[in-house]
Design a protein around this ligand. Structure first.
Ligand code: FMN
Ligand code: SF4
Length: 464
């Protein structure tokens, strides 16, 4: 380990130049290192990536490597939020990728408050589709751990849907219906029901979505000052996840079914997750670290560390080439989670923004013990077979450029995927662009990298 890090950050004359920033130097080192991926010295690179391609552990499950395909909504469900042929095909591609873990995108536990017009819904009516998905996936990738992400979109449900909130005001709160004590208990029961359906469908576990500003995150926030049992004190704000996990566990048949959760460490909104009070906006991670400890106490086996609210602070959730510095915050949050509970498995996020050097950063963070697994979101869209291709034929990898085309499609309610490498999605974006031109709104379409076009859309129409 020491040797590897030593090799990655050499003491060169360059490093003595006072004019060059630390950030630029680090980027250069990682660019050089990642060159090994593309310049033909592939074997050496693989030898250096000894942790990325080494087995990992989540609960009692051993994984084939440390690559995680993060949850990525494709917005291509069939009627009633069922699994469509297109959805199945997407997961078949991922099954060919040799991922250690694949997290199936956000699946809504309810029908009436959803974020995407064609978003997936996990209910008994749709169960057969999920069974098909897991069966086909496991046939191709029996050793990949397959988790389902469960969500309720809460105040960030689409404007076409029922927007509900736990407390009035705040981000996207305007016009959202305030949930009653009993309705929240009903949502709790739907989470439990969906978790048990996930088990029945053959998934290996659940990723409870408590991040990105949706219902699960809103519940945890200091801004949730409800006066009933679901708000106010830390005890009350964490009641929901405690009750969901306890009831799920009581209903599970498989004792080794994996339970974990995705958190936004810092949402960067007033009273949001990662602040110190309902009226605070400055980062204070005291409570988030308590929540990490709580996950462990509840018997969860991992925490998937994310940040931000895609509809408001997208640059934090999914940094682009232009906002790469936010990736370092993701590194820091993951490291803090690991330090808080060393024996809880930690999955890090946002590696796609680092492009070709993402894998060397991932290896470095694994070597340093900051994370146990590294999550790739957009890179899994750009190349669903990324881990396998990187090890077998790295020159053939399709690298994500963080052009935001997939985000643009999602925001427009279209089927969503990589516009750079998949002609189907490229054509969808072209149609969208020409419709925008016809409406004389040409500036609403993003060109190159950056999220500019996305920011022009209504918050409830954005995603993540
Ligand atoms: C099109 C799109 C869909 C996404 N869908 C989800 C989702 O379903 N659940 C989730 O937790 N995050 C979702 N995210 C966030 C990603 O999982 C990931 O955290 C983010 O893109 C940053 O990681 P990356 O740099 O590897 O892409 C989505 C992001 C994008 C761009
Ligand atoms: S569309 Fe752009 S941002 Fe999205 S996966 Fe493809 S290259 Fe990455």
């Amino acid at each position: 380990m020491g040797n590897l890090i030593g090799r990655m950050i050499p003491k060169t004359k360059e490093s003595a130049k006072p004019t060059r920033s630390l950030y630029a130097k680090e980027q250069a080192v990682h660019r050089d290192y990642s060159k090994q991926v593309t310049d033909g010295s592939r074997r050496e690179s693989l030898a250096a990536w000894n942790l990325l391609y080494s087995p990992g552990q989540i609960g009692k499950r051993q994984t084939i490597n440390r690559f995680v395909s993060q949850a990525m909504e494709g917005n291509d469900g069939g009627p009633g939020g069922s699994v469509s042929e297109r959805t199945l095909a997407r997961y078949q591609r991922l099954a060919q990728g040799n991922w250690g873990v694949v997290i199936v995108e956000a699946l809504s536990v309810v029908e009436d408050s959803v974020a995407r017009p064609n978003g997936l819904i996990l209910n008994r009516k749709n169960l057969d589709g999920y069974k098909r998905l897991t069966e086909a996936f496991k046939k191709k990738a029996p050793d990949t751990v397959l988790l389902f992400q469960l969500t309720h979109s809460g105040r960030h449900s689409g404007t076409f849907s029922r927007r509900v909130c736990l407390y009035p005001g705040g981000d996207a709160g305007e016009g959202a219906e305030l949930l009653t004590t009993d309705k929240i208990a009903g949502i709790r029961d739907r989470f439990v029901e969906a978790a048990l359906l996930a088990e029945e469908s053959g998934a290996d576990g659940i990723d409870f979505k408590l991040c990105h500003g949706y219902f699960g995150a809103e519940m945890l926030r200091p801004a949730n000052i409800r006066e009933d049992k679901w708000g106010g004190s830390f005890e009350n704000r964490t009641r929901f996840i405690r009750e969901v996990v306890e009831a799920t566990r009581a209903g599970l048949r498989n004792r080794e079914f994996l339970l974990g959760s995705r958190l936004s460490f810092y949402e960067a909104v007033r009273g949001g997750c990662g602040t110190g009070g309902p009226d605070e906006i400055i980062e204070d991670l005291t409570e988030m670290l308590r929540i990490v400890s709580l996950l462990k106490e509840l018997g969860m086996v991992y925490v998937n560390v994310s940040a931000g609210i895609p509809s408001l602070t997208a640059e934090i959730t999914r940094p682009t080439q232009m906002s790469r510095l936010f990736v370092y915050h993701h590194f820091r949050y993951a490291r803090l989670a690991k330090r808080q509970v060393p024996d809880l498995t930690v999955i890090g996020s946002a590696y796609s923004a680092l492009g070709k050097s993402g894998s060397s950063w991932a290896e470095e963070n694994l070597q340093k013990g900051y994370v146990d697994f590294v999550g790739f979101g957009r890179q899994s869209f750009a190349d669903p077979e990324f881990p396998r291709k990187l090890s077998e034929d790295s020159a053939s990898v399709h690298w994500c450029t963080t052009c935001s085309g997939c985000s643009k499609l999602m925001a427009a309610g279209k089927h969503d995927g990589c516009v750079l490498y998949d002609p189907y999605y490229r054509d969808l974006l072209k149609e969208l662009n020409s419709a925008a031109r016809n409406k004389d709104t040409k500036d609403s379409v993003p060109r190159g990298s950056g999220d500019a076009g996305i920011e022009k859309l209504a918050p409830a129409e954005r995603h993540g």
